[in-house]
Design a protein around this ligand. Sequence first.
Ligand code: C2E
Ligand code: CA
Ligand code: CA
Ligand code: CA
Length: 278
Amino acid sequence: VKRSGKNAFRFFDPELNTRHRDRIALENDLRGAVARGELDLHYQPQVSLATRGIVGLEALLRWNHPGLGAIPPATFIQVAEEVGLISEISNWVLETACAQLARWQAEGVGAPRVSINLSACDFQRGDVVGRIRACLDRHGVAPSCLEVEITEGLMMDDTADIAAKVRALREAGISVAIDDFGTGYSALAYLQRFPVSTLKIDRSFVRDLEGPMTNPIISAITGIARGFDLDLVAEGVENLEQADALRALGCEVMQGYLFARPAPAGEVPGWLRQPERL
Ligand code: C2E
Ligand code: CA
Ligand code: CA
Ligand code: CA
């Protein structure tokens, strides 16, 4: 073991050393994951309590690691961003979601809009709007069938360029949602400059709801959505108390384990046939 050098500390901390090796192994495995076909999309319905219908499906990424099993996106998306693999992964997500929409269309499944999660990196470099439009075209899928979810952080940096991209998506007929709304910078002024279509109430706010009660943050968010004429979706709805409270607060489209867990595409036709069972 080397005793000198800037990183000597690392060599004497067995736990750090293990973490470092795990991280490098993860990076290496991730490099080939797309090519080896280890990624998969699961879908989770967004349910309207008013109509008892499914208004959308969120596509959530899954990595089936050959040795480690299913790895949740929270543990590898950030790594993918840091080592420059995210654009390959995002392209795969876009491609797979559009191909699935085309398949459902061909089968007469009548699938609603699908939301995909993109990372800030996707908007910071490259022609994200062109790639999305080309992909929809190639699969013969209408732009209104797709929604892109982005986070608040994206809207805080290079605003003019990013705002132009968001506007271009909207002008192409593609919906844009702000994910985890209220957990980021909360500089609401950006809502004036970014013509998004949907706000998603983060699970952290939904989690604290019990019974019919007022919740100042959720009330404020529903007010903002109404004021800007935006769609509103609450995520992470796990029980009836939360669903009732959300409805009382003015949010009636919900996503969460109460209705369905994210599941493979094969589950979707069944949900659409009998949404009232969710
Ligand atoms: P998110 O976009 O906020 O997605 C919602 C997360 O909450 C998902 O976790 C979903 O499985 C989980 N969830 C849904 N309903 C409930 C519920 O009732 N209770 C609880 N406890 N959890 C619920 P998941 O699939 O592990 O994804 C985690 C995060 O990873 C996502 O958070 C998103 O930020 C990111 N992610 C997922 N797929 C992609 C992707 O294709 N691309 C990128 N860039 N990020 C992705
Ligand atoms: Ca999301
Ligand atoms: Ca979210
Ligand atoms: Ca979240």
